[in-house]
Design a protein around this ligand. Sequence first.
Ligand code: AHR
Length: 326
Amino acid sequence: MTLLTRRTALLAATAALALGTNPALAQGLPPLKAKQTYKVGFAQTESNNPWRIAQTQSMQDQAKKEGWQLVYTDAAGSAAKQVSDVNSMIAQKVDLIFLAPREEKPLIPAVMAAKKAGIPVILLDRSVDPSLAKPGVDYVTFIGSDFVDEGKRAAEALIKATNGKATIIELEGTTGSSPANDRKKGFDERVKAESGMKIVASQSGDFARDKGRQVAETLLQAHPDATAIYAHNDEMAMGAIAALEAAGKKPGKDVIIVSIDGTRDALQAIVDGKLLATVECNPKFGPKAFETAKRYAKGEKIEPWVVNTDRFFDASNAKQLITDAY
Ligand code: AHR
């Protein structure tokens, strides 16, 4: 299924729900019994960046607040380990699994195994391939941002800052992950509409700072005429800033950088004039995740996509908002 139809599928499922059809009940999604307290799993993808650490902290804080037991696993960047982490949660008979699927396709078996075991799954921050698993049918819902829109907003900030003229290097996130696919789509489609904007290279930096630095270094050598870098997350943007400085270039002047997330380091880089802007992708999922699980236990209709709304950080607000950043 194409990316366009994936987003369309979520929106169509939302519309069906608004019309009163609850696919969950019709199609055998496992229920969650109403209880005082629960044992729930949270299968994290990795913990190598501030975004993931903030997300885990938010989940742990909320579990504590609710008085629920949280079985936490860290897949350390391996989709195969994340599948076995989910299997281990199933063996431990958790009541519900919060899953942040590292990649879209490899986590399908985990979603299906939980369904087969009668354990509801809520996807957090990343989604799975909708041609293989569907919200309201195979898992309860996807809670997260509109990644296509994040990419589009990053493109618009860059178009505005460069008057629609730039030679761009793109640092992609983890190959096969929904944010990498969708952020690329949103950005690339928007810049294609501007004749002066040209993407000359696009390669994965795996959402990691050092990998982003290495990839930026190589691509800057191949394209010394680059005037802009779009990074799919702030960690890779930080890597790109380091690569530019090592090459004797001034980030923010010789090369303009735009990215996504809203980390403390990124906001500081905006204040320092090295980063143009970052589109927020809020990692604090705890309150919404647990509230959605409670609504599901009560038998409420859950929308297929619980959409997070994202702010935008640039020179106009970064200094003021940095104290709240992670
Ligand atoms: O899925 C969200 C993305 O994953 C964040 O942008 C990134 O920093 C994280 O690793």
